[in-house]
Design a protein around this ligand. Structure first.
Ligand code: SUG
Length: 446
């Protein structure tokens, strides 16, 4: 029997070291903002306000904790020795790029935390999660282990949730998680669905692009095997989209329920993609493809506004989707016109709501990047760690915590400040209490 189901979100809480270090090659926003002064406090408050918006719409919302940064263990593994202050000082002087990698707050982008297969679609009837190895970028390759720990805390019931090991940490298996995965299903939640796995390069090919292809076909196939995915569809993202700055598929495509909303040039073989999805969905639901042609919005404008990095959510009790779009879409005439056309067409998307996550956007992270989607049955939802469930009271506590603990300006050079390390650890130690994460969640606590 098919149970009731809901789509919840777990957002990455933006950490105290949020900064603009220009670490992500091929991510145009991050490249162009390198070296700017960031506002970690403002960033975290923006992220919390977005969580509040979803919570107020009635969508179950959870919080994923930031990771410990600066990652001193990583710097030690790179050969720096002595006291922590000596490690920071020597890294800043001789290898600032390693310090920047060790200090990035990149775990905020929870869409890259893992690939998630709902229980209705998995081989053994459990929700399957594979933490992404994120090995294309040095700073992001430091995330997988702590992410796995965080997912175990969030989803402790192993009879319902299977948090797996990341794929082998080798370039053939480069994996960026849910940012390259879309799950489509009937409008009624809880039905079996179709999983779209989008890859950018083949492990065996000589990559001709000037920007990295972060997801291999082999990685997607390994996730499908591990999850026992019942109805996987594979599609290749277009090289053109990667070159235009779509370093993840969720920069040019978003889907939920039966709706797949994407740019004309998002995929190498659009006809093949639509055919394969229709075939897999046959007997389950009728897919609805909402395609934006280049003439209506160029790929370049899609990347700069992050229209497709909107969230498509269906608030409980409503029968149409709301597009949760970044304010950059509202402020761009052509992108806004696309959103308005969609919502006035009497189709599946009924409204658009704008959120301000500008600090994250400057690093190439829009509303959809900040969240990991969890399609859950009602029983599974009840088994998620309740201390990490976002509500008005937790919002107040976390706002207060950010106001007290976070700096309001930071440059990549500030990562060398031993005081920042100390402040960050004290903040995370307090957070463990707020989210009931225990006293051995972070490396510095052990
Ligand atoms: O991996 N930016 C992230 C943005 C991730 C966005 N996520 C999704 N599209 N799902 C990245 O490129 C920039 C950090 C810096 O340069 O300081 C960064 O890592």
């Amino acid at each position: 029997m098919i149970g009731q189901a809901v789509e919840a979100n777990a957002d990455g809480l933006i950490g105290p070291t949020h900064n603009f270090a220009g670490l992500a090659l091929g991510n145009l926003a991050a490249e162009s903002n390198a070296g700017r002064v960031s506002n970690p406090r403002g960033a975290a408050l923006e992220g919390l306000a977005k969580m509040r918006r979803l919570h107020d719409l009635g969508v179950p919302q959870f919080v994923l904790p930031p990771h410990e940064r600066v990652d001193i263990a990583f710097l030690r593994a790179c050969g720096f020795g002595g006291s922590e202050s000596a490690v920071l000082e020597a890294a800043a002087r001789t290898a600032p790029h390693l310090l920047a990698a060790a200090g990035s707050a990149s775990p905020m982008w929870a869409a890259n935390a893992a690939t998630v297969t709902p229980s209705a679609d998995s081989g053994d009837g459990r929700v399957k999660l594979t933490p992404a190895n994120l090995l294309t970028n040095l700073h992001r390759s430091l995330e997988a282990e702590q992410t796995g720990r965080a997912l175990h805390r969030l989803l402790p019931d192993t009879s319902r949730f299977d948090v797996r090991q990341p794929l082998p940490a080798q370039a053939d298996f480069a994996d960026e998680g849910a940012a390259n995965h879309v799950r489509l299903s009937a409008a009624r939640a809880g039905e079996p669905g179709v999983e779209l796995f989008v890859w950018t390069r083949d492990a065996g090919e000589l990559w001709a692009g000037t920007k990295p292809g972060r997801q291999t076909r082999q990685a997607s196939e390994a996730v499908v095997r591990g999850h026992g995915s019942r109805r996987p569809v594979f599609a290749r993202q277009s090289a053109r989209a990667v070159e235009a700055g779509a370093f993840h598929n969720d920069v040019v495509c978003v889907g939920s329920g039966p709706v797949l909303f994407f740019h004309e040039h998002a995929f190498e073989d659009r006809a093949g993609l639509e055919r394969d999805i229709r075939r897999s969905a046959s007997g389950l639901f009728e897919p609805e493809f909402q395609v934006v042609p280049e003439g209506e919005l160029s790929l370049a404008d899609a990347v700069s506004t992050y229209l497709f990095n909107s969230m498509l959510v269906r608030p409980p009790g409503t029968d149409r989707f709301t597009l949760i779009a970044p304010v950059e879409v509202r402020d761009h005439a052509r992108a806004r016109a696309v959103a308005e056309r969609l919502t006035s067409a009497n189709g599946a998307i009924g409204g658009v709501d704008y959120v301000d996550v500008r600090q994250s956007m400057r690093n190439g992270g829009g509303p959809a990047c900040l969240r990991l989607r969890l399609a859950l049955t009602v029983d599974e939802l009840a088994a998620v760690n309740p201390a990490q469930r976002f509500d008005a009271a937790l919002h107040d506590r976390l706002n207060g915590w950010v106001e007290r603990r976070y700096r309001d300006h930071l440059t990549p050079a500030d990562l060398a400040d031993p005081l920042l390390l100390q402040e960050s650890r004290e903040a995370l130690d307090e957070l463990c209490g707020l989210l009931s994460l225990g006293t051995d969640f972070y490396p510095f606590q052990r």
